[in-house]
Write a protein that binds this ligand. Structure first.
Ligand SMILES: Cc1cc2nc3c(=O)[nH]c(=O)nc-3n(C[C@H](O)[C@H](O)[C@H](O)COP(=O)(O)OP(=O)(O)OC[C@H]3O[C@@H](n4cnc5c(N)ncnc54)[C@H](O)[C@@H]3O)c2cc1C
Length: 405
């Protein structure tokens, strides 16, 4: 698997960089301070054609690749992590699952929403089902041609500001027999029983709400059920496969924030003088900068490679192991790079007058959200050992055994 940017991709990158520097950067501190969702940034992304980028041409979209979207995410995140995350969700989050598995009507609905600036929310995590996501208890009970959904999710990015919500729930037939896990589409202000609870007071990325989302006898008609290709029985795997695009996007936000911090540090050390010379002349900082550049280049290579990859069995999504490798390395390297950049600023790095402290808070999340660094190591180990490692006390089974009918 290799990647190199085409002339068209370089143009996308330059356009995104100009928008980020001219429009998004001046607002970043205010977004963090007010914790208000940056609707103006969403409009700017949409006007530039940076939402719905991956919507195919037959649905009225530009049909861009995941790598094209990654280039935009990276540029936004360099100056504003929140806007980077919005660019992920508007191009490669829940939208990817609906475009791949949805009915024509669902695909059209989702395409129209993202092309007009919506950032669909993906609702998986529950208070008692975090890393063990398949232990979710949100219940979708079949009733005639509808499903009635009850349960609670938390830490849902953009819950309540997004219009489209893709909800994972445990499905039961009319007789109460469990069928597996499916995806259900609900629309803010339209779907009865869709409610929003408390907002999490987060360490960073404060302009985007992390919400409790509640389902109180929420009625979802059959035509809003996203039926995974393997059916409900093994549907969780299909739905989580779609999440690999989001994972690559999440790693990219970390990469962007770290690159932004590195570039600020690079300018600062050439200007700041101590002992009668720029601090860039001290080898202690030179080697730190060299290590930072190595980490960023390695992270970028893994991330772009993952964006271009495809999983087994003609999957339309990035390869799970490559997406996990990219996110583990990028998230950890990004935290380290921002930490070092802040160190180079001395006391100024610790002040809220400068963006480093915001970047430090923002970047911390990427080893947690979208699959922790520990769980993603399990994904990689599962591939290299050719074993399914479910972590449950009943042990593991070989992939080959599991695939037997
Ligand atoms: C900013 C942010 C945004 C998020 N956005 C969304 C969203 O939009 N939609 C959504 O559905 N969820 C979202 N999440 C939730 C996120 O996916 C979960 O936080 C994550 O899956 C971990 O679950 P948990 O927090 O319950 O931790 P836990 O699962 O309770 O884990 C606790 C610790 O144990 C470790 N651990 C758990 N199991 C194992 C194991 N088998 N082996 C080794 N270590 C293990 C974990 O790595 C972690 O360090 C978001 C989270 C954050 C922080």
């Amino acid at each position: 698997m290799s990647w190199s940017l085409t002339a068209e991709q370089e143009t996308i990158q330059l356009r995104a960089r100009a928008l980020a520097n001219e429009v998004i950067a001046p607002r970043a501190a205010e977004v963090d301070k007010t914790e208000a969702y940056p609707w103006e940034n969403v409009a700017a992304l949409q006007e530039a054609g940076f939402t719905g980028m991956t919507v195919p041409t037959d649905l009225g979209g530009p049909g861009h690749s995941f790598l094209d979207a990654v280039l935009v995410v990276e540029e936004m995140a360099k100056v504003c992590g929140v806007t980077g995350r919005i660019a992920v969700e508007a191009n490669m989050g829940a939208i990817s699952a609906v475009l791949a598995y949805g009915t024509e009507a669902q695909r059209k609905l989702a395409a129209e929403l993202v092309l007009s600036g919506d950032k669909p929310a993906i609702c998986i995590t529950e208070p008692d089902a975090g890393s063990a996501a398949s232990e979710m208890t949100t219940k979708a009970q079949r009733r005639g041609t509808d499903y009635v959904i009850n349960g609670k999710k938390h830490w849902i990015t953009g819950g309540g500001v997004s219009k489209l919500h893709l909800i994972f729930a445990r499905v039961f037939d009319e007789e109460g027999n469990q069928e597996g896990i499916g995806g259900f589409l609900a629309i803010r202000d339209e779907t009865p029983g869709l409610r929003f609870g408390r907002r999490e007071p987060t360490m960073g990325l404060r302009g985007i709400p992390e919400m409790e989302v509640l389902f109180e006898d929420m009625v979802v008609p059959q035509d809003m059920v996203v039926l995974p290709p393997s059916g409900f029985g093994r549907g969780f795997g299909d739905l989580m496969n779609a999440y690999n695009a989001q994972r690559v996007g999440a790693g990219t936000v970390g990469l962007g924030i770290a690159t932004g911090a590195y570039e600020l540090a690079l300018d600062f050390v050439k200007e700041r003088e101590q002992f009668g010379r720029p601090v860039a002349e001290f080898q202690g900082l030179q080697w730190m900068l060299a290590d930072m550049s190595v980490k960023l280049e390695a992270a970028r290579s893994l991330t772009y490679r993952a964006a271009c990859s495809r999983g087994p069995n003609n999957s339309p999504f990035p390869d799970p192991a490559m997406a996990a490798q990219a996110k583990i390395f990028t998230a950890e390297a990004s935290i380290s790079v921002v930490n070092d950049a802040l160190q180079m600023f001395g006391a100024a790095g610790y002040s809220r007058r400068n963006p480093l402290e915001r970047m430090y808070r923002d970047v911390r999340m990427f080893t947690i959200g979208g699959g922790t660094a520990q769980i993603l190591r399990t994904v990689v180990a599962s591939r290299i050992l050719d074993m399914k490692l479910p972590q449950r006390r009943d042990g593991f089974t070989k992939i080959a055994e599991r695939s037997q009918p």
